[in-house]
Write a protein that binds this ligand. Sequence first.
Ligand code: 5RP
Length: 208
Amino acid sequence: MAKLQVAIDLLSTEAALELAAKVAPYVDIIELGTPLIKQEGLKVVTAMKAAHPDKLVFADMKTADTGALEAEMAFNAGADLVTVMGTVDDATIKGAVAAANKLGKKVVVDTIGVKNRVQRAKEVSAMGVAFVELHAGLDEQALPGYSIQTLINEGIEAGVPFSIAGGVNANSIKDVLAAGAEVAVAGGAIYSAADPAKAAEALKAAFN
Ligand SMILES: O=C(CO)[C@H](O)[C@H](O)COP(=O)(O)O
C-alpha cells in the first residue's frame, strides 16, 4: 500500500509539532524539511519521533558528503529515513546505506539537480536505497512551464521504487498513485491549506 508523506517546511519545532498533531491521523510519514532542520537542528527530529513514535520520521538531510556520518547523526536523533542527494559521489550514498543497514534504518535518494533522473534512479537503486525521490524542488517548481507530469512519467519509465515530490496536491495525487509511487509527498498542499487536517484527509482519501 502506498504511503502519504507530509513535508513540513515550516521553521520552528513548535510549528512543526502543531502541524504534525493535526495531520498525523492521515499520514504515514512525517518529513522534517531541510530548512527546518537547518534552523532547529536535529533536536526537531528527536522531538517529532517522541511525539509520534508510531509514524515514520523522515529527516530531509539532503546530504552531499560524509554520507555515513550525517545519516548516523539523523538516525541517532530518531529518524527512520534520511535523504542523500543523487548528484553526489556514489561513495556518499553507499556510506549512508551502510549506516542505515547497521542501524536498521533507510536511505532515500533525492533527485534535485540530477540531469537524467531515470538513469540515476536505476543506478542508485542498485546501491541498496529504500526508494528514489523523483523531486522538483520549490525553486524548480516556481519556474515557468513546470509540470509534475514529467516526474510521474519518469517514475513509470524508471521501473524502480520511487516517491514523487514537487507540488503533489488534490489534482495530481491520483496520477501519482496510478504511476505506482510508493510514497506521495505533499508539503505546501497541506501546510499552506486553510485547514491542514482536512487537506491531508482529502489526499489520503485518494489512496482508497
Ligand atoms: O523537499 C522539499 C523542497 O526541497 C519539499 O519538502 C518538497 O518539494 C515537498 O513540498 P511541496 O509539496 O510543497 O513541493
